[in-house]
Design a protein around this ligand. Structure first.
Ligand SMILES: N[C@@H](CCC[C@H](N)C(=O)O)C(=O)O
Length: 282
């Protein structure tokens, strides 16, 4: 008999994932399921698959998150998915507390839920920990060559790790640049041994940064939480914006605050349910 898995489709500013509670449904091959279920025509359609589970060691976390991109690759972290998990756990009554400690492959992230008068989760702030800029196993420091249509339009560029790798390119205008082509090319540049998420950012005035993202393993997405944090950190460290800008993505705006006290980045944004269903495994 075909085994059915109950899933919940959610999005954070348009970055959409399929969520499965693995305490109820085991997903033994999440990479393959992410590829099959993320397909728009023959699957559910999404940017990837997120598994909500119990923490797997004594980290003092309440829950754990694993994230798989649409191509089946596993990511270290997902900002938008962590906000959605906060809403899922609270509103489904799995964990009815406004502070949740979430274990990820890049450390335990603390979620602070902001509630409405009728006890719904309106938005979530995630402590995304510190950004890192130095060379590492994610970035060799080698020079990165952009396609010719970017000539004369690049203001600055910087590598940032938010647990997962990001390369943020500031341009003087977005129009006329083939973001998808450049993103696809740069994701696999040899400077990034683990591939990379690529952000294209433009300062649009008054501490507002318009950002479009090519996500490693998923392509162009409507929004990227870690990408918004990376963009804000890059902008502030290059002196292009303050430590508390608004990052405007295609699917919505994220409030990013890079604290001078603990050097952590705090990301605040929405989370929403889309629909639920049952889908065969395999
Ligand atoms: N959408 C995400 C990041 C997802 C993972 C990324 N594609 C990677 O491979 O690192 C977010 O909201 O942060």
């Amino acid at each position: 008999m075909t085994q059915l898995v109950h899933f919940t489709k959610m999005h954070g500013a348009g970055n959409d994932y399929i969520y499965v509670d693995t305490s109820l449904y085991d997903v033994p091959n999440p990479a393959a399921q992410s590829i099959a279920w993320s397909r728009p025509h023959t699957g559910i359609g999404s940017d990837g698959l997120v598994l909500i589970g119990r923490p797997h060691d004594n980290t003092q976390a309440d829950f754990s998150m694993r994230i798989f991109n649409a191509d089946g690759s596993e990511a270290m972290m997902c900002g938008n998915a962590s906000r959605c998990i906060g809403k899922y756990l609270y509103e489904k009554g799995v964990f009815h507390k406004p502070v949740i400690r979430l274990q990820t492959l890049s450390g335990v992230k603390v979620l602070q839920l902001h509630l409405t008068a009728d006890d719904k989760v309106e938005s979530v702030t995630v402590d995304m920990l510190e950004p890192r800029f130095e060379q590492s196993e994610q970035y060799t420091g080698a020079e990165i060559k952009l396609p010719a249509d970017f000539d004369g339009h690049v203001v600055a560029a910087k590598f940032v790790s938010m647990g997962n790798p990001h390369y943020v390119i500031f341009v003087d205008r977005m129009e006329g640049l083939d973001i998808a082509r450049a993103g696809k090319l740069l994701e696999r540049d040899e400077a990034f041994p683990e591939r990379c998420n690529i952000e294209f950012a433009q300062l649009v005035g008054n501490d507002q940064i318009r950002t479009r993202v090519w996500e490693r393993g998923s392509g162009i997405t409507q929004a990227c939480g870690t990408g918004a944090c990376a963009t804000a950190a890059a902008a502030a460290s290059l002196g292009l914006a303050s430590r508390h800008p608004a990052v405007l993505m295609d699917g919505g705006t994220l409030d990013i605050r890079w604290s001078a006290n603990d050097d952590h980045i705090y990301m605040t944004g929405p989370a929403a349910f889309v629909f639920e269903g049952d889908i065969p495994m395999g």
